[in-house]
Every structure is written in C-alpha cells, then in structure tokens.
Design a protein around this ligand. Structure first.
Ligand SMILES: CC(=O)N[C@H]1[C@@H](O[C@@H]2[C@H](O)[C@H](O)[C@@H](O)[C@H](O)[C@H]2O)O[C@H](CO)[C@@H](O)[C@@H]1O
Ligand SMILES: [Zn+2]
Length: 346
C-alpha cells in the first residue's frame, strides 16, 4: 500500500470520505489530528482498509459494467467510490411518460437520471457517489454514428459538453477525489471507451491523467497529499462471452440485437481477446442485485428486452465482469489465467 501520511500542514483540515473515517485514519489507531496538526486522543474510525474508485461517463455505465463488482465489494466491507463525469442529459428515453425530459424539450433528463443513479446505488449499497466537479459541471456530449465510429453530434452547442472539457481542469477535480479517498484500485474504460462513445473516451483520458498527477508530490499540494494508486484496471468485454452471446441470440432468431453484427465478425476494439483479460469477477451471488440496480436506470435500460435477456439466471454475459490491468502487479490467477479479485496481490 502507498505511503500513509500523518503529516498535517498547520491549518490543513483533512477531508473526510463519507464513510466517516479521516484521511489520516487510514492506518488503524492513528490519533486524529486537529486542524493545527496536533494529535487528539479521541479514537479514529478508520476508513475501510481497502478502497476502490470507479470513474464512469454517464449514469448506468457503472451498473452495466461493474454492478456485480461494486455490490460484492460493498458486501465485503470495502470502500466503493463512484465518480460519474456527466448526468447523461443527452440520452435516449425508453419510457414514454418521460419523453418530455428530452434535451430538445424540457432538458430535464440529467436531473432525472441523477435520481435513477441514486436509486441504483441504494440497490448496490454504494454510499459514496460524486459527479466530477459537482453536478452539472460537465454535460453529456451526446453521440452520433459517423462513417467509422461515434462522434459528438455536429450541432452540439453545449459549451460544457464533457468532450470539450479542458483535460487538466477535469483531471484536477479527480485528483482531489483520489487524494481524499486514496484508493488501492482504480477502474475506468480503455482508450476506446469500450465502444467508442466520446464521453467514455474522455473519461478514460481524465482518469488516466488524474491518476498520474495525483501521485506527484510537487503537483498542486493544495489538492491534498499525493497518492499513487497501486492498481488500475480497464473494464473489458470478453471476446469469447460476446461471441457466445451473439451466437445464442442469432440461433434464437434474434436479428435485431446488435443488428448487423454476426458471431464470427471482427469486432475490433469493441471486445477484448480473452488472452488480454486480467481479471474476471464472478456475479453468481450478485446478479439479482445488479439487475435490481439496472432496473432503476429505467429511462435507459429495458430489462425485458433481448439485450439483457437471460441475465436473471446468470446465463448471459452480464453475470461476469471482466477487466484488463493497466497498472500494477496481478495477484494469484485461476486456470484461465484471470484474477478473481481486483485487490489480489496488494
Ligand atoms: C451505455 C451508455 O453509454 N449509454 C449512453 C449512450 O446511449 C446511447 C444513445 O442514446 C444512442 O443514441 C442510442 O441509440 C443507444 O441505444 C444508447 O445506448 O449515449 C447517450 C448520449 O450521449 C448517453 O446519455 C447514454 O448514457
Ligand atoms: Zn456511457
């Protein structure tokens, strides 16, 4: 684990994560330091010894990609912190009675999805969730398919669209969180944003940059004591599971889901070859919790559609969550060569 600092600058007040611990309470039993840096005798309630930080672009990404992992780690008593970079203002709306919230009508979808996210976090048991820079700082950039990939809509006029964010300014918001939470594990997307959404790509860039900046002692000490995150993972879609899922859908006559894609196609960066996967978190015990959280994102997710069909009995790709290690050393692996716990080896 990284250096635990007990040095407090005179006048510096340690930020406190919402689980009630103090930044200085990371090492059990340390006396709390008062705001002059003098030790007080009252016992401190330590932050969980193990802490994970997840950085996602929109509400629902966290549950789709890491709902099992988050629920599992909360149940294990680990600290789970989620940072969501935008409120998903530009999303489609699957529920007719919510259509008035659309961006080109009342533009109320972001506020609504904030509530969906709160409800989903209650299902997973996650109590520490923040929007990057505070709610409304960065706006969902939207996405449109262009010849060879997604891009932001040409007529996008919102100055605070996340895709337009100043990278270092956005990273500084996350540096503050990293130095407060001091996670051993960081999870975000790969360089492709998993499926090419501009906000996902930007979230990857901000998380990666912030992780580097947070570790530099001489970088903006006013944002907190430096913290070098030991392990960084990118979320991954297992190639074998995706092909298997698509094959099953096509065998069942479903030609609509992932329309135009066939099981033996070349999916490029959309999937990760199993040999490049580092960890698999099993969700046999958490899949129901994940689905309950997914159901809370009702403006975006139709559980009774083919996309999530079969997830309830674990017979789909949603009951497993895959990761590629981007920084740090892996712990013990199983027969497939995958870790089963992102904190392994720490
Ligand atoms: C899972 C995810 O990242 N969803 C994003 C995505 O949503 C897609 C978008 O609305 C597209 O227009 C639909 O056809 C597609 O079905 C949706 O998944 O992009 C949205 C706009 O940026 C974003 O709000 C949503 O969270
Ligand atoms: Zn997203």
């Amino acid at each position: 684990m990284g250096r635990v600092s007990t040095r407090a600058r005179p006048g510096a007040r340690p930020a406190r994560p919402p689980w009630g611990g103090s930044r200085h309470g990371l090492a059990r039993g340390l006396a709390r330091l008062d705001h002059q840096g003098a030790p007080t005798l009252e016992p401190v309630t330590s932050a969980p010894d193990e802490r994970i930080l997840l950085v996602h672009a929109h509400p629902d990404d966290e549950t789709i990609q890491n709902g099992v992992t988050m629920a599992k780690y909360v149940a294990m008593g680990r600290g789970v912190t989620l940072v969501t970079c935008t409120a998903g203002e530009m999303g489609e709306i699957l529920v007719p009675e919510l259509e008035h919230l659309a961006a080109d009508r009342e533009d109320g979808l972001g506020e609504h999805r904030r509530g969906e996210l709160e409800d989903a976090m209650k299902e997973l048991g996650v109590t520490d969730h923040r929007f990057l820079g505070g709610f409304g700082t960065y706006r969902d950039s939207g996405m449109q398919w262009h010849e060879d990939g997604y891009a932001v809509p040409a007529d996008d006029t919102h100055a605070n669209a996340f895709w337009n964010a100043d990278l270092r300014e956005a990273a500084d918001h996350l540096v503050t969180v990293i130095r407060e939470v001091r996670p051993q594990v960081l999870v975000t997307y790969d360089q492709f944003g998993n499926y090419g959404h501009p906000d996902h790509i930007q979230a990857h860039r901000v998380a990666t940059y912030a992780a580097s900046l947070a570790a530099v002692a001489s970088y903006k000490p006013d944002l907190g004591e430096p913290w070098d995150i030991p392990k960084i993972y990118w979320t991954a879609m297992s190639e074998s599971r995706f092909r298997e899922r698509l094959r099953r859908l096509r065998d069942e006559g479903d030609t609509e889901t992932w329309k135009g894609m066939e099981p033996d196609d070349d999916f490029g960066p959309w999937v990760t070859p199993d040999a490049m996967i580092s960890a698999r978190v099993d969700g046999a015990d958490e899949i129901d919790t994940k689905l309950a959280a997914l159901a809370r994102h009702r403006s975006q997710v139709k559980l009774d559609g083919p996309f999530f069909a079969g997830a309830e009995n674990g017979s789909s790709m949603w009951g497993e969550e895959f990761y590629r290690i981007a920084k740090g050393s892996r712990g013990p692996v199983g027969d497939e060569g995958w870790e089963s716990d992102l904190f392994a080896g720490l």
